[in-house]
Design a protein around this ligand. Structure first.
Ligand code: KG4
Ligand code: ZN
Length: 345
């Protein structure tokens, strides 16, 4: 089964072709990503209007490149998938409408994929993981602990009541005068810093529900920075290291709480999957790896290019759905908001 996947929910224009065999194994035939980072950088964040316009300009080229790299033509495809949300609505419309046009003209099934579902299912493409598993999704827009039970069956275990983890990294970086995106900058600066110099709060630590709250931590960094201003390079490094240490403590505690919750249930995870741009953080990965081992589980982190936004994850989620006959009509809606939960249904 060959599926084209299109991703335009944020600031990457991406398309990919993935093959799914009948036994459930997947293979990436092409994976083309064009980042708009340089266009957004001057503004210190993603500007929705600029993103939508850039997607319109890039999408045809990116799809053509993905088809050429896979050495395929549209008639060879078994389905066309696009991320239909959640995300910046202008961009989502660009990708979904393009997928609909191809599906209509080529008479192929359309699969309208939830972007979060695509992150959730990537580990099955990379590691052939069996259900259920616990997903720790940490990106610029999302922070969620999700029990992935089956294709289309996701139970939210925890989320953030305010900022996403990536957002906290980005805002901290901005406060300290580091460029956007802040995550890699904070990690780099923290390498030379003292994680014990500033006693920053660990919000939600020990709470019975595995939820996150990060705005207080961000505020604490700002107050410390103002207190010792002007900041030397060493001050910035120490603040970054202290912030990162607090994040690691919070994530570990929340993860352990989630694992405890699931321990005696049918959702007891076969593995822990970390995904989203923040999963690129080596300090965090090492800590998660140790915690997973300690809990008698294992940590799986898809390779960086499949953790951040990409077309292969959309194509793969599309293939997983298509294999189960879960296809969508050409009236599928683009959605700015689209939670990945099923218990309310
Ligand atoms: O998944 P992603 O590429 O895009 C979405 O937000 O959907 O995640 C980007 C986020 C940004 O907030 C970025 O600062 C953060 O991931 N990030 C990191 C690192 N690399 C990227 N955060 C911490 N440490 C990193 N090494
Ligand atoms: Zn994403």
């Amino acid at each position: 089964m060959l599926v084209l996947g299109i991703e335009t929910t944020c600031d990457e224009t991406a398309a990919a072709v993935v093959h799914r065999a009948d036994d459930g194994t997947g293979e990436i035939r092409s994976n083309v990503v064009r980042s708009q980072l340089e266009q957004h950088k001057p503004y210190g964040g993603v500007v929705p209007e600029i993103a939508a316009r850039a997607h319109v300009e890039m999408i045809d080229h990116v799809i053509r490149a993905a088809m050429e790299e896979a050495d395929l033509r549209f008639p060879d495809l078994d389905g066309v998938a696009a991320a239909a949300g959640p995300g910046l609505i202008g961009g989502v419309i660009v990708g979904l409408t393009t997928a609909k046009a191809i599906a209509l003209v080529e008479r192929k099934p359309l699969i309208a994929v939830n972007h979060l579902e695509a992150h959730a299912l990537t580990a099955r493409l990379t590691d052939r993981l069996a259900f259920p598993y616990l997903l720790l999704l940490m990106s610029g827009g999302h922070t969620q602990l999700v029990s992935v039970e089956d294709v289309g069956v996701y139970h939210k275990i925890g989320g953030t009541v305010d900022d996403a983890i990536g957002e906290a990294f980005d805002k901290t970086a901005k406060m300290l005068g580091l460029p956007y995106p802040g995550g890699p900058e904070v990690e780099e600066a923290a390498r030379h810093g003292d994680p014990a110099r500033f006693a920053l709060p660990r919000p939600m630590l020990g709470r019975p529900e595995p939820d996150f709250s990060l705005s207080g931590l961000k505020t604490a960094v700002r107050m410390e920075a103002e207190r010792i201003s002007p900041l030397s390079d060493q001050d910035v490094a120490d603040l970054c290291a202290s912030f990162q240490a607090a994040i690691v403590d919070v994530v570990l505690d929340r993860l352990e709480t989630a694992l405890d919750m699931l321990q005696e249930t049918a959702s007891r995870p076969t593995a822990i999957v970390a995904a989203g741009g923040v999963a690129a953080n080596q300090r965090l990965r090492d800590a998660l790896d140790a915690a997973a081992t300690l809990a008698g589980s294992k940590l799986i982190v898809p390779p960086a290019e499949l953790c951040t936004d990409n077309g292969a994850m959309i194509a793969w989620a599309g293939a997983e759905r298509l294999a189960r006959g879960m296809v969508d009509g050409l009236d599928a809606r683009a959605r700015a908001r689209w939670p990945l939960v099923t218990e309310a249904a």
